[in-house]
Design a protein around this ligand. Structure first.
Ligand SMILES: [Zn+2]
Length: 237
């Protein structure tokens, strides 16, 4: 068993009840959670005298969250820290975010710790993360449910996130390409046939792994029976 020492501290040891240097250690462990085998870093206290590992109340809770986070990561779900960070991005309290989403008041609190969210809720949280415009519409609907000061604060923050998103030129180009193709009711394959650009190439352009040249954009526009317009607009307009 490999253990990594994180901290040494001289105090009364809750294992042997003597005063000595007590170590906080990390051990890679495996467990089964919801029929899923997960590897995680468990935190223990180690007593050299008795050669025993034990957990205090805090470590029991922390390790429980570590197991759940390992499960979430393995299953493509947001971790407790991811959810905390999404909430942090909007500067919104746990209770107010629940109000916006129409969830029970303690739901987010639980998701940020030991309770694994279901897939539907996970998708909603991911959408909140990527879509500040949607956040604003939810905020508008929940207007009377949060204090006026909080409303103002959330509104300003989300608005700022919207502007940042708008000023991300690369994302705009990708969105414009996809929107144009969909507005023509064309699949990537059809567009590929029309333009002679390989479908794999169109796919790479649309998921942002390759940047298009202006010439390529013109060919795409041509294939869709459209013209390419590039505009420069003043900031904040
Ligand atoms: Zn001890």
């Amino acid at each position: 068993m490999k253990m990594k020492i994180l901290k040494r501290e001289k105090r009364i040891c809750a294992c042997c009840m003597e005063e000595h240097e007590v170590k906080t250690v990390r051990i890679r462990e495996q467990t089964i959670f919801k029929d899923c085998k997960v590897n995680y870093d468990a935190i223990y206290t180690y007593c050299d005298v008795a050669d025993e590992l034990y957990m205090d109340e805090c470590q029991i809770q922390e390790n429980d969250i570590r197991v759940k986070d390992a499960y979430r990561e393995k299953n493509g779900l947001l971790t407790s820290m991811d959810i905390f960070n999404i909430r942090g991005k909007y500067g919104i309290t746990q209770r107010d975010l629940c109000a916006l989403l129409g969830w029970g008041g303690k739901t987010i609190t639980r998701y940020e710790s030991h309770q694994v969210q279901d897939r539907a809720h996970d998708m909603i949280l991911k959408k909140i993360d990527s879509d500040p415009v949607w956040f604003l519409s939810l905020l508008e609907e929940a207007k009377g449910m949060v204090s006026e000061d909080s409303y103002r604060k959330y509104y300003d923050t989300a608005n700022l996130l919207c502007n940042q998103k708008d000023s991300n030129g690369e994302e705009n180009v990708i969105r414009a390409m996809i929107d144009a193709r969909l507005s023509r009711n064309m699949s990537q394959k059809e567009l590929s046939e029309k333009t002679g650009i390989a479908q794999a190439e169109i796919s790479r352009l649309e998921n942002g792994t390759r940047n298009p040249s202006i010439k390529l954009l013109q060919r795409l526009a041509d294939g869709m029976g459209m013209v390419l317009h590039v505009t420069f607009t003043p900031k904040g307009a």
